[in-house]
Design a protein around this ligand. Structure first.
Ligand code: AMP
Length: 397
């Protein structure tokens, strides 16, 4: 049984066809620069190396058309026929309060998705465009929406309501939503398997540390708090995003730099974070290298990041009354032993003792804590596509 997973961004489209018997992708790829000059499709299959196809791609419909053509192209043999696709799972960024779970897409879901556009004006429209394109091209195939926000809908009001007049929550839906939910859900489920314990009895802290980063406190398989907020700008300092700030800084900078709302949004999302502090790069590999070569601002960026992560781990352990396992995932979490080491340093009071030898691992699913560590430290490569495919299969079977 094969599931097509689509992740439509504003100018990009990531896709995978996953064989649900093996849970492995049989084909995956990426369309970039949709509706821009220099559109390109990079298509890969299990049996062949990557092919790069440069052609004009005006919109998401054309992008999906091109992808489907490659999937059934005889030279790649990913699929004999599009009928082999059992269902389609779409990553949708924002489900607001309307969706606490993945759903089969029908007319009422489409209406609700459109109502969520206000909350994610850059992300939800391309997600919807991808769904509409699939409805046109593969009308008989069931489609499922899997939301980044849904996993965090279990948070309680004291976690998600901000210190603003309550009417702003009612009028404008301003509250903490949280993101990376599909990733936090996937790694928490994997943690239960690795620990050989029921998810229902575990207190987990999941650190999704990548270009965008968030941490979640997960008790009994339910998210009880997370570091991202109304938008994915909140919480940890990230590659180019500021993370949490004293809110007065926003108006202060707007005044000093004469930024309008769009300029300020752009500034906070793309010019801050590790890039802004280091002045070098948003990529932690570049920053680590510069720090090793003695660049103080690069070291400062790493120190801030580590300090931010530690703060959340402490807060979430306090909130849950302890922690049964700490999880590291995403680009930095999976691949940066030195960052994991810095974060876990002096965490013995929580039962966290890293095994420095085991911690040398990159991108593998493994417990990197000392054998007697009360709190296992798990490196778990995230797999949002598989999580989307599993939800899709469960709902459509
Ligand atoms: P993601 O957003 O999950 O794809 O993560 C991307 C980030 O992971 C990049 O910005 C890199 O900074 C980071 N990353 C990937 N590999 C490594 C590595 N070997 N060491 C340190 N950071 C890494």
């Amino acid at each position: 049984m094969k599931i097509l997973v689509l992740n439509c961004g504003s100018s990009s489209l990531k896709y995978q066809v996953i064989d649900m018997d093996t849970r492995n992708p049989i084909s995956k790829g990426l369309v970039e620069r949709i509706a821009l000059q220099g559109s390109v499709l990079t298509h890969g299959t299990a049996s062949r190396k990557k092919e790069v196809i440069k052609t004009e791609i005006k919109n998401h419909t054309q992008a999906i058309e091109l992808v489907l053509k490659q999937l059934v192209a005889p030279e790649y043999r990913a699929l004999k026929d599009l009928d082999e696709i059992y269902a389609i799972g779409h990553r949708v960024v924002h489900g607001g309060e309307k969706f606490a779970k993945s759903v089969i897409i029908d007319a009422s879901v489409m209406k609700a998705l459109k109502e969520c556009i206000d909350l994610a004006p850059l992300h939800n429209p391309p997600n919807i465009a991808g769904i509409v394109a699939c409805q046109k091209m593969m009308p008989g195939i069931s489609q499922v929406a899997v939301f980044d926000t849904a996993f965090h809908q279990t948070m309680r009001p004291f976690s998600y309501i901000y210190g603003l007049p309550y009417e702003y929550y009612e009028k404008y839906s301003i509250r903490k939503y949280g993101f990376h939910g599909t990733s936090h859900k996937y790694v928490s489920q994997r943690a239960a398997v690795l620990l050989k314990r029921p998810l229902a009895e575990l207190k987990l802290i999941s650190c999704h540390l990548g270009n965008g980063s968030s941490i979640a406190a997960i008790r009994g398989g339910r998210s009880i708090d997370t570091s991202m907020g109304f938008t994915p700008l909140d919480g940890l300092m990230m590659g180019t995003r500021s993370g949490a700030l004293d809110p007065a800084i926003v108006t202060y900078i707007m005044d000093k730099e004469k930024f309008n709302v769009d300029q300020m949004n752009d500034f906070l999302n793309y010019k801050c974070g590790a890039l802004g502090v280091s002045g070098i790069s948003s990529d932690f590999r570049d920053i680590e290298l510069a720090a090793e070569q003695g660049n103080n601002r690069a070291q400062l960026a790493l120190d801030i990041f580590e300090h931010d992560v530690k703060q959340y781990i402490g807060a979430y352990a306090a909130m849950m009354g302890g922690v049964d396992a700490l999880i590291f995932t995403a680009g930095v979490g999976e691949n940066a032993p030195s960052m994991r080491e810095a974060i876990c340093k002096d965490m013995g009071f929580l039962g966290i003792h890293l095994d420095l030898e085991k911690n040398k691992v990159r991108g593998e699913e493994v417990d990197v804590s000392e054998i007697n560590s009360r709190c296992p430290v798990l490196v778990i490569p995230t797999n949002e596509e598989l999580m989307i495919a599993l939800d899709t299969l469960e709902l459509t079977r």
